[in-house]
Design a protein around this ligand. Sequence first.
Ligand code: G6P
Ligand code: MG
Length: 218
Amino acid sequence: MCKAFIFDLDGVITDTAELHFQAWLRMANEEGYYFDRKINEQLRGVSRRTSLSIILAGTKLSEIQTTVLMARKNKYYLEQLESLSEKDILPGIRSLLLELNARGIKVAVASASKNARYVLYQLGLIPLFDAICDGWSVVRSKPEPDIFIYAAGQLRVNTCDCIVMEDAEAGIHAARAAGMQVVGIGPSARVGQADWHFNDTATFDLTTVLENAEPNMM
Ligand code: G6P
Ligand code: MG
């Protein structure tokens, strides 16, 4: 039985992947590391630190150098977030949140981003969530299940009663490992292994998902 919906943020509620890309690209160009959109696909859903290690492609840096580069990329990303607003909410998401609220289904965000709260603030969506779980909430990032288990705890629901909406392979693995059913948003090559698959948020259909959600086994 579905008692809670847990949303990934980047690529599900808003498309900040492009903003992350521009910020990483600026840093990589300044430092002389090769980076392109294909490599950027590997950064979807993973932490800032893991993203940097993918861009470094085996180059070893000290902890101080690593911290400096992550901070610089984040500064560039925050500059981009200044212009984020309600217009950047992906199609259908605001009405979906309102419908879930009206049906008494709890809603949370579970994002690897340490900027998740600021992004939601810029989008004007904070009041629509019962819990906001972000990159500060747990130590191990997706594909580990920790953020989703933490979100279920914040919502006071069993993990088996949660449905996750994700656009990243790492997120789908994490949700599965948490014992949750998953809606995949995006191309089937990326999210085809989810329980339900929609090409984008505009075509998501809540009724289909709720009708086919696993009954509560507890
Ligand atoms: C999300 C994005 C990733 C990003 C991560 C950390 O999961 O999909 O691309 O690297 O958050 O974001 P942050 O804002 O903390 O750097
Ligand atoms: Mg995502």
